[in-house]
Ligand binder design. Structure first.
Ligand code: PGA
Ligand code: ZN
Length: 423
């Protein structure tokens, strides 16, 4: 049982220089922990609301002083000096206090910062590592390390839309550990950087998640170059190193059409295009292949591709149990991209995780494009036995904080790496 004596929060800056929330929780035995929350740029419409101050004189209206004040004020008043037996009881108290479907009253950023700070303080009280605490929260033993999906090239909203699709990711398919995954990725990343230098005269200039973002002339050029970089690194595309795409197609869907490489195509043509990509390149996962409310066509996409690759829903699902339930009923996809701040509490994210797993789906645990140096997402990905972990590129300290934490967890646990589910 945990009793909070003090809960406070303040505004800090994220990896893009925008404000976010850091909360600190102190329990009655003195256990103290802080946690900060990330922020997306290519966000889904159904996400929990990030409360922003709206004062144009501070951080272009993006300040988080109100959200931080909600934690230190109304949330603290509601939860301090009461016993909470579980994370679910603590989160439920905040959900009820907020009283809205999307946390627009107190702010998803305020609520999640408190939710994770509380979890970490409880792990400290129990004297267990955070990954162990997350595993106990779900009632599942620690099983495996997740397979990494690592950003190589960026486009879309993360890189000024020079190419429509958002990420080409590397999947170290033959790696048997996090350590080996990172070694293999290093070689491909630098082979790609050499190619970028030769072709575009570019140094290692990177996008929001640390991916390389040269002015590719087309999507084909972007994916071809990824394959070339894998070969140049001495690896076999598909066998050693596979590819994943985050198409993020909600962000180029206009006038009922997908606006790709200068052409407007309908949903059927988009599905054909994704199938052709899957034939042509060693792609093992496609995220947000269709627009977030293209519910009519997601089942066709899933039927066409789910035997070959993961049909992964991000904006489609928004880690929202209701949307996930609908997608299960309609067979819209075969995998959940789980981002805790899309829903706003650990408890609801756990519910999303369980729904997806019970339906036989894979779960990719993901961070956001705007991150902080906090590393709790690495603990979550191991503790909840995520099948994949999507954390951006192998540059930038907000990404490395999580990869380095994962290396440490691997060294402590010696957990085996989860196999790829298909073929
Ligand atoms: P976001 O992008 O964090 O900017 O929303 C990540 C993604 O779309 O997966
Ligand atoms: Zn996405």
């Amino acid at each position: 049982m945990a009793i909070i004596t003090e809960l406070t929060a303040r505004e800090i800056l994220d990896s893009r220089g925008y404000p976010t929330v850091l909360a600190t929780c102190i329990l009655d035995d003195g256990s103290t922990a802080s946690a900060s929350v990330p922020s997306g740029r290519s966000t889904g419409a159904a996400e929990a609301l990030e409360l922003r101050d709206g004062d144009p004189k501070r951080y272009s209206g993006q300040g988080c002083q109100k959200a931080a004040a909600n934690v230190s004020g109304v949330i603290a008043d509601h939860v301090c000096r009461k016993p909470f037996d579980t994370q679910a009881a603590f989160d439920q108290a905040m959900i009820e206090l907020d009283g809205t479907h999307n946390k627009s009253n107190l702010g998803g950023n305020a609520i999640l910062a408190a939710s994770v700070a509380f979890a970490r303080a409880c792990a400290t009280q129990r004297q267990v590592p955070l990954y162990q605490h997350f595993s106990d929260m779900l009632g599942k033993p620690l099983q495996t390390m997740p397979r990494l999906t690592i950003n190589l090239f960026s486009g879309g909203k993360h890189a000024g839309k020079q190419v429509a699709i958002q990420d080409v990711l590397l999947v170290p398919a033959s790696a048997t550990s996090i350590d080996e995954s990172l070694v293999m990725t290093h070689d491909v990343y630098h082979a790609a950087a050499d190619l970028m230098y030769k072709r575009y005269g570019m140094r290692l200039l990177t996008a929001d998640e640390g991916g390389l973002a040269p002015p590719f002339e087309s999507i084909d050029a972007m994916i071809d170059t990824a394959v070339e970089a894998i070969k140049n690194a001495g690896q076999t595309p598909g066998h050693d190193m596979a590819l994943a795409l985050d198409v993020a197609s909600s962000h180029f869907y206009e006038n009922n059409h997908y606006q790709l490489d200068g052409k407007a195509i309908d949903s059927h043509a988009m599905i054909d295009k994704l199938s052709q990509w899957a034939e042509r390149w060693p792609i093992v996962s496609i995220e947000d292949g269709l627009y977030e409310d293209d519910w009519d066509h997601w089942p066709h996409l899933c039927e066409r591709l789910q035997s070959k690759l993961l049909v992964l829903g991000d904006d489609l699902l928004c880690t929202n149990p209701q949307r996930i339930q609908r997608a299960i009923t309609e067979t819209s996809c075969s995998a959940l991209l789980l981002k805790v701040n899309q829903i706003g509490t650990l408890t609801e994210a756990a519910q999303a995780y369980r729904l997806a797993k019970d339906a036989g789906w894979q779960v990719t645990i993901s961070v956001r494009s705007g991150e902080t140096e906090d590393d709790w997402a690495a603990d979550l990905a191991v503790g909840w036995a995520g099948d994949q972990f999507k954390n951006g590129s192998i540059t930038q300290s907000e990404r490395l904080a999580k990869y380095n934490r994962m290396l440490w967890i691997e060294s402590q646990t010696n957990l085996p790496m989860v196999p790829w589910p298909l073929g």
